[in-house]
Design a protein around this ligand. Structure first.
Ligand code: NAD
Length: 504
């Protein structure tokens, strides 16, 4: 948790706490708007040369950063675990492994995705002229990040922005900023030029100051903050891309492999103590397999070990990173039980120094309850019995969010038909989340889960660029037929041509 600001001369700082132990593990500067503006000035000065060195040289530096990253993995994992409270496994797989892979992905593909497009146009007026579209970096990209994946949701977005030729000012969450600071130091160590990748530490006002002076904003965080950022970017008329909250549903049909469905449900509702934007937050199970599914899930959840993360394998469920999140989780469970839900396992905070919440299975839930409507962001799995697939799809879509969705069925054709009716940026059949690793495909949210073209794939890097269409005329009449002066005979000919082409 962040604690109140302390004054060190004129510089205010924020204390960073280990949520698993309650101990303060470091401090960051709470940067003022002036300080952020200075970083952006430096980033703007560094940007033209960074764009000029080209894709190959940038890729070389990103690969060097990957080598540094892999060599320093143990210490990076230590930092993530200490500031976020997640298990070592979560830090290794979802942050280090993903990012090392992502560095290679963008180093290899950025040049291909941003190569100039030669356009073959259909228009008779442009015949003989050459049209190309080029992608030009916006300039300084501000990347504003949340606490639940301190590196993946920050450095992960900085990589394509940098590879496109932008410079980046990264604003990590004030709750978990230390690993980002470490990576930015690593980038300088491997030779990133001064001003290319910088960190702006601080709370919400520091983020707001970045929105006030960057050329584009990439934001990952809550829908509430995303809305404010989009409004400010709208006022400034700068582009923004927003990755926001979720309330992802899972549907289990009667013909599903129930054992696998139960494993996937437990994995992706409880992993990272449920603090995953695309985690499973509610399940709809067809009546014939409901009892079997509930009993398998309950048995698996009750076997999970909870506690302060130590070495690999020491625990399954880590801490709740952000203190106010515990109150939200409790209020959702309290609201549900007051309206008739039953807790089959868990349901309570763990006593002790750190912040932990027991992995919880809830049944007899319905859509009047917050736990089925609002993002809980905790290790909670509410399960609802449904009559048939129609009811399941209707309830799954009964949300303003639309990040991910999961369908379990052995009938793949039927699952595909349902998938096409899910209002979500991502749908997984007999699986969850895994398309995030297919970085060639877009990962974006629908509805209130996102705005812009999302991460990954060609749109995930083109969003960091303006397009510039360049038309070249080499050989042409000195005066073309459509040029001044206007001429009645010629205009009537165009009029007849239009009738011939589209008038019947
Ligand atoms: P948050 O919105 O509270 O904060 C996110 C960041 O915004 C922080 O760095 C914060 O300091 C900054 N900020 C706060 N107010 C600001 C303002 N007015 N202007 C600019 N910046 C401001 O979110 P959080 O609690 O850190 O993160 C959890 C949320 O993030 C959840 O809703 C989760 O679903 C979402 N999330 C989404 C994705 C995705 O890919 N869609 C990934 C991870 C997390």
């Amino acid at each position: 948790m962040t604690t109140p600001l302390q004054s060190h001369g004129t510089t205010a700082t924020i204390a960073i706490e280990n949520p698993a132990t309650g101990r303060v593990i470091g401090h960051i500067e709470d940067m003022t708007a002036d300080h952020v503006a200075e970083l952006v000035v430096r980033a703007r000065a560094a940007q033209p040369a960074w764009a000029e060195i080209g894709f190959d040289r940038r890729a070389e530096l990103v690969r060097k950063l990957r080598s540094w990253f892999v060599a320093n993995r143990a210490s990076l994992i230590d930092t993530i675990v200490a500031e976020n409270g997640k298990t070592r496994e979560d830090a290794l797989l979802a942050e280090l492994f993903y990012l090392a892979d992502s560095m290679g992905f963008w180093a290899k593909n950025a040049g291909k995705y941003l190569a100039e497009d030669k356009i073959r146009t259909h228009s008779p007026f442009v015949l003989g002229k050459k049209v190309v579209v080029r992608y030009r970096p916006h300039g300084v990209v501000g990347v504003i990040a949340p606490w639940n994946y301190p590196l993946t949701a920050s450095v992960g977005d900085a990589l394509p922005a940098l590879m496109a030729g932008n410079t980046v000012v990264l604003k990590p969450s004030e709750v978990a900023p230390l690993a980002v600071e470490q990576v930015v130091r690593g980038a300088i160590e491997v030779g990133f030029p001064i001003g290319v990748l910088q960190v702006a530490t601080g709370a919400g006002d520091t983020g707001a100051a970045l929105v006030d002076c960057a050329d584009m904003i990439q934001f990952t965080g809550s829908t509430r903050t995303g809305r404010r950022i989009a409004a400010r970017c709208g006022e400034r008329l700068i582009p923004s891309s927003l990755e926001l909250g979720g309330k992802d549903p899972m549907i289990v049909l009667a013909d599903a492999n129930v054992e696998r469905a139960a494993n996937v449900a437990v994995e992706w509702s409880i992993r990272n103590a449920g603090q995953i934007c695309m985690g499973i937050e509610r399940v709809y199970v067809e009546a014939p397999v409901y009892d079997e599914f509930v009993s398998k899930v309950t048995e698996k959840v009750s076997r999970l070990r909870i506690g302060a993360p130590g070495d690999f394998g020491s625990t399954d469920v880590g801490a709740i990173t952000f203190a106010p999140q515990l109150d939200i989780i409790e209020s959702h469970i309290g609201d549900a039980t007051a309206k008739g839900a039953r807790v089959l396992v868990g349901g309570k905070r763990e006593p002790g120094a750190g912040r932990f919440f027991q992995p919880t299975v809830l049944v007899d839930v319905n859509h009047t309850m917050k736990v089925m409507q609002e993002e809980t962001f905790g290790p909670i799995l509410p399960i609802m019995k449904v009559r048939d697939d129609e009811e399941a799809v209707r309830l799954a879509n009964d949300t303003p969010y639309g990040l991910g969705s999961t369908i379990f069925s052995r009938n793949i054709a039927q699952a595909h038909r349902l998938a096409r009716r899910m209002v979500a940026g991502n749908t997984w059949i007999n699986d969850a989340i895994m398309s995030f690793l297919a970085q060639e495909a877009p990962f974006a949210g629908a509805g209130q889960s996102g705005f812009g073209s999302g991460r990954h794939g060609k749109d995930g890097i083109r969003k960091y660029c303006d397009t510039q269409t360049i038309l070249t005329t080499r050989f042409a009449l000195t005066r073309e037929p459509t040029m001044f002066p206007n001429n009645a005979r010629r205009s009537r000919r165009f009029d007849r041509l239009m009738m011939m082409l589209w008038g019947r």
